[in-house]
Ligand binder design. Structure first.
Ligand SMILES: [Zn+2]
Length: 102
């Protein structure tokens, strides 16, 4: 789905699967909904980081803010890709085709 291995080109996406030729963008603007999946991932990450920091000794609020912001920036490429993958899996209407199973 994502051909680039360079982290700075994380947003480049194939139009079709190079293996089975399925259309990876079912309609224009399809991936706008992936934003909500990304939001869910972000909220889960913030909650997890907050709990970890709390149980590591409850530092000042600026430590919470700094650590959460740094982690969100570092995780952004993964978040972007996984939101799209999960959204396509849930709402893309692509069915498994055993002819392409390996
Ligand atoms: Zn495929």
């Amino acid at each position: 789905m994502f051909p680039a291995t360079n982290v700075l080109k994380f947003a480049i996406m194939n139009e079709k699967c190079p293996h089975c030729d399925v259309q990876l963008e079912p309609e224009p603007g399809f991936y706008q909904g992936a934003m909500y999946v990304g939001y869910g991932i972000t909220v889960a990450m913030i909650t997890l980081i907050g709990l970890i920091l709390y149980f590591l000794g409850d530092p000042s609020e600026w430590v919470y803010i700094g650590v959460v912001m740094a982690c969100m920036v570092l995780i952004a490429p993964l978040n972007y890709r996984y939101s799209r993958i999960i959204y396509l899996y849930l709402f893309g209407g692509i069915k498994f085709d055993s002819r392409y199973a390996q």
